[in-house]
Ligand binder design. Sequence first.
Ligand code: NAP
Length: 462
Amino acid sequence: MEPGGVNYLLEFTYLIASILFIFGLKGLSHPESARRGMFMAEAGMLAAIIGTLFHNGIITYEWIAAGLVIGSVIGALMAIWVPMTAMPQRTALSHALGAIAAALVGIAEYTLHGGPEMPLFIRGALGFEVMLGTLTTTGSLIAAGKLQGFVRGTPVQFKGQQVVNLLLFGGMAGCFVYSVGHPSASLIFYTMTGLGFLFGVMLVIPIGSADMPVVMSLLNSYAGLASAATGFVLGNNVLIIAGTLDGFSGLILSILMCKAMNRSITNVLFGGFGAVRAATAAGAGGEMREISLNDAAVRLAYASKVVFVPGYGLALAQAQQAVRDLANALEERGVTVKYGIHPVAGRMPGHMNVLLAEANVPYGDLYEMDQINPEFPSTDVVVVVGANDVVNPDARDNSNSPIAGMPILEVDKAKSVIVLKRGQGRGFSGLENPLFCKPVTSMLYGDAKASLTALAHEVKNL
Ligand code: NAP
């Protein structure tokens, strides 16, 4: 094929890939179309890979084939082995891999073609790519380590930390500007690369693991922008489009998550959330009352409206099917069943929606926080399934609480609340929860899946 023809085919597949990415992202914005959106984005990625194989600059296919095999094997093993509950750290690892790829391409381009003959704009894009790529790599690795428990989850802070970080950032940015203006100063370029790796570590260690999902979403945004910069360096349109989509969707997601927690991005990045919890957490006080399985089943069976509020414990217990089975048993008795979903319930955005979709819970039964909150006063029983922080009334009532102002599901306004949890464990923020001691609340201790299964059995036998 003529070289011109080959490039035409390449650009055409890139165009198809870009369209698929855009429609895929649109599909991901609603639970009903999310699966289709994911398939479209995957098809887009396949089109982009196939298109790239027609690139007339390819010298040898052996290395590409080896990369494809190794990458596919690692991807498949991660998909099989990594449990749903470890999805956030798996995502952080993926960001690290994407970012190191962008950084390595940048370093390779600099080594091969860097110099005064490289246009100024491309030099800038290349430096930007390497800077963001390196800091995202180590930042994402630390985030994954914190979420997995390999790295201390509480903020690692020391005196003068922000000054050290500012100096590091200044040094890295200074090297970037200098190396753009002096393309032959390779020592400065590689110093910037090293500082980028170091800055990624320093940026993430002072942040507590409770804020890691927001940090990851921000790092995702950086990785996207690094890829877009790679696209400019390589003259690759699909990288520019996909990287920009990734970069800005990550940023929007971070902002939405912060809004759902009533925090600012700067508070997440520099607030050291979690370090001061012992000093400011309000004691819950009072006593928790336990309810027997049979009493809980009777209360549910004779209710007219029941709302399930799932949280991270649902994910840990893998209780999505059990909650659906109990809901079915109640609906068969004429009880109205709804699910109240908090935007940051679980450990990643949409965590509860994904789990409940696995159990084929109808989307129409899922209610967002603003929709379900006005319904609690008319709800007979709220069943809190492994949720804690997202139903903590301290966020509303205690202005000294570290989570003060975070919007919550106001389950304490319901006629009665049954909390399913294993024991006295705290939520991810580490705070006590006064909900558990309120007069409306009863505790049903045990693994959520076991409790729900037993409740469904009891309800069916009533
Ligand atoms: P949570 O506050 O982490 O509480 C989970 C509760 O589940 C714990 O109190 C635990 O108590 C219970 N649990 C654990 N395993 C269980 C099992 N097998 N059966 C029954 N219960 C079990 O969860 P959440 O209410 O969903 O709150 C999410 C937290 O993550 C919030 O602080 C939120 O700000 C933070 N966060 C989330 C996102 C996101 O994107 N989703 C982003 C940033 C931050 P026991 O140990 O006593 O059982």
